[in-house]
Write a protein that binds this ligand. Structure first.
Ligand code: FES
Length: 240
């Protein structure tokens, strides 16, 4: 009995040790591949929404419901309008401040404005005398003319002069002649009470001006320039 049992187990062992047949091996490989594919299909958790149109299990739309606002649509619009308005207001204020700073920067400073106008007390200038003041870096002649000088200036034949101009166009009050003391030839400062016409003489190249400041002789092409001025009252003059 024991001899029979031992010969049976040897036969089984022999069968196991024998190499498998080719057909059995191929069916085993195919079975294994099917099992692997089934496992991959079961364990895949990624479904791309870009697998193609047409719906079906491959077409998934992400769920955004948890990002939606819980407030009503009107409340959202009010908030949006408020934010747009607030940012618009802040931007407008910033632009205004920038433009304002730029304009303040470009305007004249206090010292420049102080030099823009000059006030002179006319009571200190006697009749028949010249005074020279400085205004905006240039000399200004102020002549308190006598009655004879006024008559001479008004009687001159101004139509035939190089720069024709009546005396009445050059003064606001006949007794006060105010001019820039800059020769119209090349910019020298003429000398008062000199020259052939009792007015001013420029020694640089010999230009002669009369008692109204009109050029009468020499290379100067124009009369002496009359600046902007005014008489705020009887005894004061403001130039500028
Ligand atoms: S600058 Fe006065 S005459 Fe030439």
């Amino acid at each position: 009995m024991s001899l029979l049992r031992s010969s049976g187990s040897n036969a089984v062992r022999q069968c196991v040790r024998q190499p498998q047949l080719p057909s059995l091996r191929a069916s085993t490989v195919a079975l294994q591949q099917r099992r692997n594919l089934a496992e991959m299909t079961q364990t895949s958790s990624f479904d791309s929404p870009f697998k193609g149109a047409g719906g079906g299990p491959t077409h998934n739309i992400p769920d955004f419901s948890k990002y939606r606002s819980s407030r009503s649509g009107t409340g959202n619009k009010v908030f949006q309008y408020f934010m747009v308005g607030a940012f618009g207001g802040i931007t407008a204020l910033g632009a205004k401040a920038t433009v304002q700073d730029f304009l303040v920067n470009m305007s004249a400073s206090a010292d420049v404005l102080a030099q823009a106008k000059v006030e002179i007390d006319l009571s200190t200038i006697p009749e028949g005398k010249n005074v020279i003041i400085k205004w905006r870096g240039k000399p200004v002649f102020i002549r308190h003319r006598t009655g004879d000088e006024i008559k001479e200036a008004e009687d001159a034949k101004w139509e035939s002069l190089r720069d024709p101009q009546p005396d009445s166009d050059r003064v606001k009050k006949p007794e006060w002649l105010i001019m820039l003391g800059v020769c119209t030839h090349l910019g020298c400062v003429p000398i008062g009470e000199a020259g052939d016409f009792g007015g001013w003489f420029c020694p640089c190249h010999g230009s002669h001006y009369d008692i109204s400041g009109r050029v009468r002789k020499g290379p100067a092409p124009l009369n002496l320039e009359v600046p902007q001025y005014d008489f705020p009252d009887e005894e004061n003059l403001v130039i500028g």
